[in-house]
Design a protein around this ligand. Sequence first.
Ligand SMILES: N[C@@H](CCC(=O)N[C@@H](CS)C(=O)NCC(=O)O)C(=O)O
Length: 286
Amino acid sequence: MSDENKQDYVPPKVWQWQSKSGGQFANINRPVSGATHDKVLEVGKHPLQLHSLATPNGQKVTIMLEELLAMGMTEAEYDAYLINIGEGDQFSSGFVEINPNSKIPALMDHSTTPPTRVFESGAILQYLAEKFDALVPSDHKAKTECRNWLFWQMGSAPYLGGGFGHFYAYAPTKMQYPIDRFTMETKRQLDVLDKHLADNTYMAGEEYSIADIAIWTWYGNLVLGNLYDAAEFLDVGSYQHVMRWAKAIEQRPAVKRGRVVNRSFGDGAQLHERHDASDFDGLDLG
Ligand SMILES: N[C@@H](CCC(=O)N[C@@H](CS)C(=O)NCC(=O)O)C(=O)O
């Protein structure tokens, strides 16, 4: 067992960055922020320029944009460029100018003067919903529910991704304490969703909204077996209302398109960059 996995670790008085932490993302984890190299980002022909990767946080934005386009909102046309986070693309000077936090997704809106940067997936969903007046219910109560669940997702998913997913799928060794801790929390969250979806078609009520997009990419993908290969371990079939909701959203044409944009890993269709609707031609979207 390497030093960093010893069970009897005693933290020093002051933590020092001495070695890589191990695990799948060891080479991109750093205790400092900012750019590591100079690079100007490409700018395509559309007003909306997305720099992303098809992780759940990335899928939120591409699904949203494809939903807007499916509604006939041609001004939502976008160029999507691949940010390979395993290679450290998120630390280029150009990317850091759009998102000082060096995380995908990041969006530049060139339809404003000067262009507007938008980062944090929840903020991007809200920005696009406001800009296009779409995918947020207009009724006061439903709109508030939509915001409640959007923020629930932003606060909850780090326990699923950074907690459960990290220790179950990515950590260098399987450690029972963190796996138990985050499995418990993930199952509790699935139970919260299941109880809500027992009485509601969608997260904000009868209307599909940005809350569904945000939650589906994490919890929908999880129960459909697309995340961490954990469906059996989490006994996802027992969350029948989440399953019903996840399967219904999976069938939406915009979801089928959005989920493959900036996808550079895994089985199934991959569209590394997207510049036009015709880029999907010939892809098997399922
Ligand atoms: N709260 C952020 C989280 C974004 C995030 O964690 N992105 C990950 C991929 S899913 C990333 O870019 N990681 C690169 C890194 O940590 O260096 C959001 O919702 O936009």
